[in-house]
Design a protein around this ligand. Structure first.
Ligand code: NDP
Length: 313
């Protein structure tokens, strides 16, 4: 089963939906596949306070629903499905959806975003769904009046710790460095919250518990002369240590950096393949914001329009 399209957008975060708004308004009849997490990472964010145009803030799911509706209003064809294989050896490029359907696309906008990282401890698998989570806004509800730990020292970790402190009785923030990397305002929220205890220079060795998480074994100042083993009693263990770009399915063809971020011509969404563009977090190790993702989605759609009209396609 093969279908031909002029503009295929893969991924449904702010980058994908913005690309779909611009591409549909340019009459490119874009087809967008939403991927595993329709709406992308923002659907697991609680309050978005920094997206321009929302002086009172907006929830992540509402923002994404609005962007989707805006794209559909101009005729974007938004579908559920995942790109499972690609052949970008020559245009039209072939993308297999869900291992079955093949789309032949004159142009592609890759906006597949990034996925939460785990520490790589066997216990994360062992207690998956039984106390281990990478999304406080998804799972925090289950830990009302309980004790939880969040790992990480960036904005995500601080945001999740603050969110969880609104539900749980106690939140440990496990930070491997002696300082937080998060923005000043997020740091302040954490450091002034009486329910949050920041454990600087601590690393996680493993989790304990019978069937569900009941505690975590930590080490303080690992490798130092005053190294110390620490045990904390917790019911939930939340990872907030960054993300991995979702670029694997394109890797045989598309150049990425060592982490997997798609390389683009600086200042543009152009990849190493003509007519294939990358927008949003999958190509952005630096900013990773909803608004920068949306901006790059707009750029990608404009580039698609120019590419197609230059080729009279
Ligand atoms: P970051 O990469 O900024 O931070 C990751 C954190 O996890 C760091 O403190 C890092 O420690 C720690 N870490 C990484 N690997 C490990 C490990 N193996 N063990 C223990 N700790 C580890 O990721 P974020 O997801 O926090 O943020 C990504 C981007 O999104 C940033 O640009 C951020 O500003 C932005 N953001 C903005 C928000 C907002 O404005 N509302 C909300 C959330 C994110 P170390 O410092 O030692 O490397």
């Amino acid at each position: 089963m093969t279908e031909k399209v002029r503009c295929l957008i893969i991924g449904s975060g702010p980058a994908g939906y913005t690309a779909a708004i611009y591409a549909s308004r340019a009459n490119l009849s874009p087809v967008l596949y939403e991927g595993m997490q329709p709406g992308g990472q923002l659907t697991t964010t609680n309050e978005v306070e920094n997206f321009p145009g929302y002086p009172e803030g907006i929830t992540g799911p509402e923002l994404m629903e609005d962007l989707k509706k805006q794209a559909e209003r101009f005729g974007a064809d938004i579908r559920f499905g995942m790109a499972t294989a690609t052949d970008l050896s020559a245009a039209p490029y072939k993308v297999t959806i869900d291992g079955e359907k093949v789309i032949e696309a004159e142009t592609i906008i890759i906006s597949t975003g990034a996925t939460a990282k785990y520490l790589g401890l066997p216990d994360e698998q062992k207690y998956a769904g039984s106390g281990v989570s990478a999304c406080a806004t998804c799972d925090g509800f289950f830990y009302r009046k309980r004790k939880v730990a969040v790992v990480g020292g960036g904005d995500t970790a601080c945001e999740e710790a603050t969110y969880l402190a609104g539900l749980a009785d106690k939140v440990f923030l496990i930070v491997r460095k002696p300082f937080l990397r998060a923005s000043k305002i997020m740091q302040e929220r954490v450091l002034t919250n009486p329910k949050i205890e920041v454990l600087f220079e601590h690393e996680t060795l493993g989790l304990t518990g019978n069937m569900v998480v009941e505690g975590a074994d930590l080490v303080k100042r690992r490798g130092q002369t005053d190294e110390e083993k620490v045990h904390i009693a917790i019911d939930g263990f939340f990872l907030a240590i960054g993300h991995k770009p979702n670029s694997d399915v394109f890797k045989p063809w598309i150049e990425t950096d060592e982490v997997g971020y798609i390389k683009t011509v600086p200042g543009t969404p152009q990849t190493n393949i003509p007519g294939v563009f990358a927008a949003g977090d999958v190509a952005d190790p630096h900013y990773r914001q909803a608004i920068t993702a949306a901006g790059s989605g707009c750029q990608a759609a404009i580039e698609v329009e120019r590419y197609l009209s230059e080729k009279s396609l």
